[in-house]
Design a protein around this ligand. Sequence first.
Ligand code: PEP
Ligand code: MN
Length: 353
Amino acid sequence: MELQPITFDGVENKRPMVIAGPCSAETEEQVMEAAHALAAKGVKIFRAGIWKPRTKPGGFEGIGSEGLAWLQRVKKETGLYVATEVATERHVYEALKFGVDLLWIGARTTANPFAVQEVADALKGCKIPVLVKNPVNPDLELWIGAIERVYNAGIRQIGAIHRGFSSFDKKIYRNQPQWHIPIELKRRIPNLPIFCDPSHIGGKREFIAPLSQQAMDLNFEGLIIESHCNPDCAWSDASQQVTPDALEQILNNLVIRDTAQTTEDLSDLRRQIDNLDNDLLELLAKRMRISKEIGQFKKEHGMTVLQSGRYDEIISKRVAQAVSMGMSSEFMQVVLEAIHEESVRQQIEIMNK
Ligand code: PEP
Ligand code: MN
């Protein structure tokens, strides 16, 4: 993809590029108060949701077009650039009419190719930066597909926003980061800037600082963080918004590591990792061979492939072992499930021979 960098006059081109502002535009006073406070902290790009996709009806679904005039006032009074979410053709036309500087496509929209195509069609012929959030489900191809639809509409300043992936069972984060997905996105489209949205990943304000640091350590280009002058009273996402003061502190405490000079010093460690990966692969292959022998035995004795008692035992023992070795139980569970799935596949192959 021939992308152009996302730049704004007067905004320094250094990591992280920060977009901050309330989850939703609620009232003119709330928007202006947040904008002035954030501008005073050195923020240059202001976010506010005008149309809010809510999981259930009855919540605050956004102030709608009326709020666009407030964003226009923000631009005039503070010099901030303004950004909002668009999900339909009408949103795009309205946002452009009111001079919004940057648009993003929300996670629920990215998951729907019809909606993304509608937005992309409305963007044809425009010159505006567009950020594409990951879909709610962990589907990299769907994310890339949405980016391609925007690209095919002629938009060249495109970025991605990593906001985590929803899951059925609630874990510590509101949305699971699954960092390997944005990392793979970067491998597939190397010149695509990636913003991290620690607010929607974390779901709680205490997670914003560590998640932002992690994103910087993974070399993400930017951060989009929800900030509200009175977070506890916010009309949406109250528990994950931070005050402009707290935001300033989070940003000041970030350690931005130099990316240019690392490769040389790392080559020795990287060689060690390569060797260990080889060992791991060999071990896995050996384990699969034994699994196949077990498959052969099960076949000869008329047993089923899946012996769930045994599987449960393996999972709980190994997870406890992994935890005592300093790894997270979630990680070990994922690894064991993947290994088990491949073992089952190989045993089924044997059964059908
Ligand atoms: C938002 O940024 O306010 C938003 C609705 O986020 P997401 O699309 O990531 O849920
Ligand atoms: Mn929000």
